[in-house]
Ligand binder design. Structure first.
Ligand code: HEM
Ligand code: HEM
Length: 177
């Protein structure tokens, strides 16, 4: 069996996404802890918009890199390989669709989107009704992302602890080659 590390650029892109996704979801969850009168609540949502937008933007070069590199080769059944591929495809799709739905949802207010005073993004010309549909879609997809990341992390741990193969090692640069 030939097992390779993922190239360093892919590893950097992967772990940077992990960090941004954790902070992005952490921001939207923690905003609930603050009262509407507390400015921190709106600021945490702005952090969510900023990090979420960044995830979407960084997914474009990530997909380009992915198209250009060779993936490590593992010994696994075709069904497991197919499931892993489907899960990864789902994660990539959500990394693109979530920011788009979020942007349309927030545009419903008809005001430019303030990102902590660092940037102001113009609102898209959408009605309140359309924005509401995208808000609900964003919520469903956001929860799907959490579920899929949970399965993804569990699978990575299963590979390392139970199967004792090199799948997790390949993403931390410790597969033997
Ligand atoms: C990959 C990037 C993103 C992820 C993973 C993500 C994830 C989430 C999650 C998990 C929620 C909570 C859903 C719930 O209530 O159950 C949420 C809510 C929300 N997100 Fe995002 N999001 C992303 C990007 C964005 C972007 C770019 C925007 C806007 C520009 C945005 C706007 C919102 C809004 C307005 C809510 C509703 C908050 C509320 O309940 O008041 N999101 N997001
Ligand atoms: C602690 C958390 C995580 C661990 C331990 C982890 C581990 C891994 C490992 C070992 C792989 C390589 C799988 C293979 O070679 O077949 C991988 C691939 C991948 N991970 Fe993660 N991951 C984590 C979090 C995330 C998060 C939060 C996302 C995005 C939301 C994500 C998105 C992806 C994607 C899209 C791939 C596919 C790479 C490709 O084949 O193009 N991961 N992850």
């Amino acid at each position: 069996m030939q097992t390779l590390n993922w190239p360093p650029l892919v590893r950097i892109q992967h772990w940077l996404t992990v960090l941004l996704v954790v902070l992005c979801i952490g921001a939207v969850w923690s905003h609930e802890a603050f009262d509407k009168s507390n400015p921190l609540r709106a600021q945490l949502m702005q952090v969510h918009f900023l990090l979420g937008g960044l995830i979407g933007l960084l997914t474009v070069p990530r997909l380009l890199t992915r198209a250009l590199v060779k993936s490590p080769v593992y010994e696994m059944s075709p069904l497991v390989a197919l499931l892993a591929k489907a899960g990864h495809l789902g994660l990539y799709l959500l990394m693109v669709l979530l920011p788009v739905c979020g942007y349309v949802a927030v545009s419903g207010k008809g005001l430019p989107i303030d990102l902590l005073g660092l940037l102001e993004i113009p609102a898209l010309p959408v009605s309140k009704e359309v924005a509401k549909v995208f808000k609900e879609l964003h919520e469903v997809l956001g929860n799907a992302m959490i579920a899929l990341v949970g399965i993804h992390v569990a699978a990575a741990i299963f590979h390392a602890v139970v199967l004792k193969d090199k799948v997790l090692h390949s993403m931390v640069g410790r597969a033997s080659g």
